[in-house]
Structures are given as C-alpha cells and as structure tokens.
Design a binder for this molecule. Structure first.
Ligand code: 26Y
Length: 818
C-alpha cells in the first residue's frame, strides 16, 4: 500500500543522491569517495533503472488485469541511441538528477555523454521503430516491441585517408544498465531436421523433428512514456546454447569439442547485417529471422494462454505488426503452431491468421524485396516451406477464380518465384496474409499501388493504406535541443506540446515577433557553436558560426544523391575561384556538412565518401576561398551525433530522385529544430511542403510522375553546361584519384544518369541560390525557421501511432492509474 500511494523510490535530489551513492558502492563497486564520470553514469543509470522497473511492473500488472488487446511490434532493427537523458526526461526528473549530481561534484551533460549508442539497426526503418516505441508508451498503448539483441550493432565508421573502414561495434563491452536479463524467460528454437507424419486420434498430422535447437533468452528494455506512469517493454532475444538434445555430443567422449561447438549457437544473435539495400539469401540472416520470430511468438502465445483457451479470440487480443517483411516468417510459424501443435483445422487457423497481421513497407527498390531460395528455406525450416506451399496453393486457386487463367498474372503474384533460383517472395507472402499493407507516406502508397504491388492492389484495394511517418518530439526537441524546448514552452505558455504536439502551431502567430526572433537566433547560435566545436575536434577544421551550416546526413545511397550535393559544392568552389575580390565579398559563407555510413559492400557509396574527402581537402586548404566555403565530413553518424548536428543546422538537404525515398524522417527532425529544408518533392517532403508552404522551403527537381519519361530520354539534352564542367573536373583528376573516381563519372553520362543528377542540376543550383538570398535577410530567415518548427507537429510519431492504433491495430489506451 505504501508503494501504491507514495512510489517506492523517491525522486527528490537527496533521495536520488543517496541511490546514486549506493549504486556507486554496491553495483559499480567503487568507493563513494572516489569515482569518475563514467562510474557516475553507471550509478545514475542504475538508479533510473530501478525507477523504470517499478513503473514497468505496475504497467505490466495493470495490463494483465485489464487484458486489453495488445500490439506486438516485430522488428529486426531498433536504433535506440542513448537512454539516460531520454529516460530522466520522460520520468520528469531531469532537473532533480542534475541537482543530485551537482552536489556530488558532477555535471549532468558530461555524465550523459559517457553513454554509448544502442545502434541495433541500419537507418530510417530502425530509428522509426525507436520513435514509435516512445509514442506507444507516451500514449498509453498496451504494446510490446520485440527484436534481436545483437552483440555487435551497426559497424563504427572510421575514416582513414578519406576512405571508410568498418570496425566492430561491441556495444556491450562496458555493460548495459538499461536491460534486464530474464534468465527464466527463455524458449527453445528449432532448426533443420525433417517432417514426419503421425496419427493423432485417427487423423494424420505433421510433426517437425528438428536437427538443432538453440535457446532464446529475453532481455527486457523498459520504455518509459512521457507524462504517464506507463512503461512498456522492448524485449530483445539473445541466442544461447540449448541444453536439450545435447546428450549425444557429450557422450562421444570429446568433451572439449562438444563445449566449443555449443558456442556456435551464440552467433545467431551476434551481428546486425549492415545493409539496407539488397537482400542476399544468407543462411545466417534467415536463421536470425526465424530465431526472432519463433521466440517472440512462443512468448506471445504463452501470455495469451495465461488467460484464454480459445484461439478464435486470439485476434481480439493480439495485433501483430510486421516492420517490413523481415519478420514475415511469423506467418507460417503461427500457421504451424495452430495446425500442428494446437491441432486446429487449416481453414480455421487461416481465418485467425488473416485477422492478426499488418505490414508496413519501407522500400520501393526491387532489390530491397526479400526472396529466400527454396533450397535454403527447405533445409533450415522444412515444415515452414510446406506450409508456404500450401498457402500458395489455396491463394492460386482463389486467383484463378478471380482472374481466370491469366498465367502471367498468376506467376507475378505467386508466393513462389520460378526461375534460375526458385525462391519464396516474402512480400507476396505478407500481402496475402496481412489484413493491411501500409505505405510510409502518401506518395509511397501511390508507388506501391501503381508499381511495386500493382497486381495485389487490383485484387485487394481495401488492404492498401498509408500512415505518413513521424518522429518523436521528446527525443528530437526536448532531449536534443533543451534550450529550444524552453523557448517554445515560454512562448506557448505551456509545456503541453510535448504530449500534444499540435500546440506547436501556436508559434505561428509569433513568427514575426522581434523578441522571439532574437531569442530564437540566440538559441540557434549557441547550438551552431557547439557543432562548430565538435567539427573542430573531429576533423581539425575551424568553421565560423557566421556561415550558413548546410547539412546532409543520412545513409549514403545513390538515390539520396550525396553526389548531387558534392557536384553543387564543386560548382560553388569553381565560381568563387573565378570571382574578383569585389564579387567574393558578396558570397554568402557556407559550411557544407556531409555525414553517413555506406554499406560495407556498396562500392559506389564508398567512392562518394572518398570524393567528399578529396573535394574537402582541396577547398579547405585553398586560401582564395577561406571562410567562404568549407566542406566537412562527419564520421560515424549515429543517433547521438544526430542529436548534436540537427539543432546546429541552418539548411538541410533531402534531395533524393523523386519516387525513391519512401518517406524520409531526417527531414522531420530538422524541421522540428527550425532548420530550413532544401528538398525534392519526394516521400514525406511532399507533405511537408503542403503543411508549411512552398515559400517556407527551397524545392527543386523533377516530380515523381516525370521521372520515367526523363529516364527514357536520358539527361544528356537537359543537363546544363555547368554540370558537364564539374563532372569533367572530377574526371580529369582535379581532386586527385582520377582512376578511382572514373566509374562515378561514367555513371553520370547522358544516358546512364539513372538518378537524373544532370537533369536536376540546374534547378538545384537555383534553389541553392534562393537559400543564399534568404539567409542574408535575417528577419525573413528567422521567420521561416520559426514557421518550420510551428508546422512540424503533423510529423510527430504521436500522430502516426494514433492512426495505426485506430485504423490498423484496433487497440486503445490503457493507462496505469497510479
Ligand atoms: C532486407 C534488407 C536488405 C533490408 C534491411 C533494411 C532492406 C531494407 C532495410 C531498411 C530500409 C529502410 O530503412 N527504409 C527507410 O525506412 C524509413 C522509415 O519508414 C523511410 O523514412 C525511408 O524513406 C526508407 O528508406
């Protein structure tokens, strides 16, 4: 009772201080009279973890008692970043923690900097999962996230001589106070073997006799909501050797080798695949996917069975969300459990499965669609392959009824792809079984309907929906830009926008107010100085905060066109070189900042990184140019680097070839922080333009519907002369490495310019010139900046999650009352 009324752990600075010192002494095992910043981080984190665990228990008990329909969010990737600041802010105890640390002689910011990044994902899709978890918790939804606890997260990018090198990210080296190991929550996951038939009550049924077993152990990561006691769970699975079926190997007498072989099991969850571009049918990747799916479903079904016995109620209590097709083996797995283990009839099981699943697609590239070779699937998961064949058989029968014997269509829509390598199309499997297929922006849905999944749209138009992505303002304003956060609250007269983000619109009426403008610029200036300092420490390059900070940070992809940006920078450099002193005085100084990782096997992306360094080397050391132009590459871009870069940017670039970026979420983070966008009309920027108005940003380039015809024509005719000139500079070795850059230049030749850099170059330069013009008009620029933040509310993940909850998952808030 004491606990219900009072809270077990107190949150005043003195109690926090006591807890911190206790953890210094008993958890970190250091003297309370002598500990450093890192140990202070560990002790504070453990104190916060205690508080999270209390709330976690209360929330989970409340969910259990109320038994609402739950959402299970299945994703192979989560990019959580750091947890300390986010947790104390969501718990509402940041200032108290800072006071407590202060009295012990530590500074909160310095202590928080000690934390490493949780980087269990590649890019957009993975960070989106993290933002959505924050919204699910804050909005009190009864949700669980499931994922894999990779021992090695996304590689660390190291730049040496301008080239990218990949280093392992062994993020657990210094311990992870944010997870709770649940040694007793573990499940056996089966692989290989064969399928046998057995008689059960006179009926034939299939039994999968596995050839290998691995244990999945749960690690729980509490996700606290903001302004609520609700704390939901992100459960990540780690692979451990299984005790079952192991007697044989130990009886052969080769004890040492038997022990060593057991360690092999752990490789399943050892490393994240660092490619977000093309799927390769690798056995380990497939093993990861099934391992994750099997453990999660055993856990979900166990929880369901705790209070239910009839599987017909399963879809009333459970919604399963597939984050792209990566977890789509969950579909045959649920069928297998219902049919083989629970002995439901096929058609009854199928009826249940069809009400459970929803899919969100995050790609438009055909290479991104997963296709698993049948041989691989059949050897690793023999029973699942049979089930997939059966699902396909019934689906093909239905199709014939619907469309007649249109064999072209049948073969395009089949889950099984015949061809040199017979494969299972995971997207087709998912669409057949999911009640809803979501795109991540309006235009993305259009592309899914008219290109990628056209046949399926014609069959099931009602399945196809979109929910424009969003990002959480808690992480992307409150945590990463505290001074802007205070300023917003001051001018809105409330902090309520942190939960109710539409209130940001209230800033619109103050956008021209001179006092707000002055305070706004002061906050932005300090953020720029912080970024300038970081740049100098990382690269030794001194940049002036008076210059416009022009930023493009995201994964390196041809379609994202970092190369267009670089060619634009070369053009700017070329112009400055050809100016006289008088003309140079009119140039608006720029600091161009590029950051992002290239997939290790993506040669062209790696060349783009090298080109950035080569061009930077030349420009930054040219005394003719001085502070008028700088080019810096920020290495190892990740969530915590983003938290520093985004608030310090003036202009940010989102310049993909139209029709290639499903949504893009970086743009939303920059927008929230009052950074102006320079963008093509692609993905979510189309909707951002609608929300804040075309006159509030700088847009250029071909439109989605123009791209196919332009490609046909080739851009040889439309590319401006300046384009040929800058490409030639690279080709002729003006920046060195002539041979190495040759293939980059070849790809831009007239007919080969697939991403239309040549076509868009002219309008890109015009948009850049517009940005220069606006930047020198301080009043105008600041107004645009305030209006950007004001209009960013629609791009909060709170809005996205609200839409999913209502239209796709059918779940309702369940708020823990104490
Ligand atoms: C199968 C494997 C090769 C693979 C692994 C990861 C394929 C794709 C991915 C990740 C895709 C991804 O991150 N897509 C991005 O999702 C964001 C969130 O919806 C979008 O904003 C962004 O436009 C899209 O590229």
């Amino acid at each position: 009772l004491f606990r219900l009324m009072d809270g077990f752990r107190r949150n005043d600075p003195v109690s926090l201080q006591k807890d911190i010192l206790d953890h210094v002494e008993f958890t970190v095992a250091r003297s309370r009279f002598n500990f450093d910043d890192f140990e202070a981080y560990q002790a504070l984190s453990h104190s916060i973890r205690d508080r999270l665990i209390e709330r976690w228990h209360d929330t989970q008990q409340y969910f259990k008692r109320k038994d609402p329909k739950r959402l299970y969010f299945l994703s192979l990737e989560f990019l959580m970043g750091r947890s300390l600041s986010n947790s104390v802010i969501n718990l509402g105890i940041r200032d108290n923690c800072a006071d407590a640390l202060n009295q012990l002689g530590f500074e909160f910011e310095v202590v928080a900097e000690q934390e490493g990044d949780g980087a269990l994902g590649n890019g957009g899709l993975a960070r989106l999962s993290a933002c959505q978890m924050d919204s699910l918790a804050t909005m009190d939804f009864p949700a669980w996230g499931y994922g894999l606890r990779y021992q090695y997260g996304l590689f660390r990018q190291v730049i040496f001589d301008g080239f990218q090198y990949e280093q392992p990210d062994y993020w657990l080296n210094f311990g992870n106070p944010w997870e709770i190991e649940r040694v007793h929550v573990s499940y056996a996951v089966k692989f290989y073997g064969n399928v046998e038939e057995e008689l059960l009550n006179g009926e034939k049924c299939k039994v999968w006799v596995p050839g290998e077993m691995v244990e999945a152990v749960a690690y729980d990561n509490p996700i606290p909501g903001y302004g609520t006691r609700n704390t939901i769970n992100l459960r990540l699975w780690a692979a451990k050797p299984s005790d079952q079926h192991d007697m044989e190997s130990f009886n052969t007498g080769d004890y040492i080798n038997a022990v060593i072989n057991r360690q092999g099991a752990e490789t399943i969850s050892s490393v994240l695949y660092p490619d977000d571009r093309s799927y390769q049918g690798k056995e380990l990747r497939l093993k990861q996917q099934y391992f994750f799916v099997s453990a999660s479903l055993q856990d979900i079904i166990r929880r369901f069975k705790d209070s239910h016995s009839n599987f017909d109620e399963f879809p009333d209590k459970v919604a399963l969300q597939l984050n792209d097709t990566h977890p789509s083996l969950a579909i045959p797995e649920v069928m297998r459990i219902l049919v083989d283990e629970e002995h439901l009839e096929w058609s009854r099981a199928w009826g249940i499965v069809c009400k459970l699943f929803s899919l969100t697609s995050h790609t438009v590239l055909p290479e991104g669609l997963e296709k698993v070779p049948v041989d691989l699937l059949g050897s690793l998961l023999p029973r699942h392959l049979q089930i997939i064949y059966d699902i396909n058989f019934f689906f093909m029968e239905d199709l014939k009824k619907h469309f007649g014997l249109d064999y072209d269509r049948l073969s395009r829509m089949s889950i099984v792809e015949e061809g040199a390598v017979k494969s299972i199309r995971m997207a087709n499997l998912s669409i057949v079984c999911c009640h809803t297929v979501n795109g991540v922006s309006r235009v993305h849905l259009e592309l899914l309907k008219t290109r990628v999944f056209k046949d399926f749209y014609e069959l099931w138009p009602q399945k196809f929906q979109f929910k424009t992505n969003g990002v959480t303002q808690r992480r992307w304003i409150v945590v990463s830009n505290p001074s802007l956060c205070s300023l917003i609250s001051k001018w809105l007269g409330t902090e309520a926008w942190i939960r109710d983000v539409d209130l940001l619109l209230g800033l619109r009426e103050h956008a021209a107010n001179a006092d707000l403008q002055q305070e706004w610029n002061m906050v932005r200036r300090v953020n720029k100085m912080r970024l300038a300092e970081y740049i100098e420490t990382m690269s030794g390059i001194k940049v002036s905060p008076d210059a416009m900070f022009d930023v493009q940070t995201k994964r390196i992809h041809e379609y994202k066109r970092q190369l267009l940006n670089l060619l634009g920078i070369i053009h700017r450099y070329d112009c400055i070189k050809n100016m006289n002193m008088n003309e140079r005085r009119k140039v608006v100084p720029r600091v161009c900042i590029i950051g992002g990782k290239a997939a290790p096997g993506y040669e062209i992306a790696k060349k783009i990184i090298k080109l950035c360094h080569a061009v930077g080397e030349k420009i930054n050391n040219d005394s003719d140019v001085g502070d008028l132009l700088k080019l810096v590459f920020i290495p190892d871009y990740n969530v915590s680097v983003a938290e520093l870069v985004i608030p310090g940017s003036d202009l940010s670039q989102h310049i993909s070839t139209a029709g290639h970026e499903p949504s893009g979420t970086g743009s939303m983070k920059f927008l929230m922080n009052g950074c102006l966008l320079l963008a093509t009309a692609d993905g979510s920027t189309i909707e951002i333009i609608e929300e804040i108005g075309e006159d509030n940003m700088f847009t250029f380039g071909a439109k989605v519907h123009e791209v196919p015809a332009l490609r046909e024509k080739g851009s040889a005719l439309t590319a401006p002369l300046q384009f040929a000139r800058v490409v030639r500079m690279v080709r002729d070795g003006y920046f060195g490495f002539k041979d190495y850059f040759k293939s980059l230049c070849d790809a831009l030749d007239g007919n080969g310019d697939f991403y239309l850099l040549g076509h868009d170059f002219g309008s890109y330069l015009e948009a850049q010139a517009e940005a220069d013009k606006a930047f020198v008009d301080r009043e105008k620029w600041t107004r645009m900046s305030i209006l950007s933040t004001a209009g960013s509310g629609r791009f909060s993940s709170d809005r996205t999650i609200g839409e999913y909850a209502e239209k796709t998952w059918g779940i309702e808030p369940c708020r823990c009352p104490f």
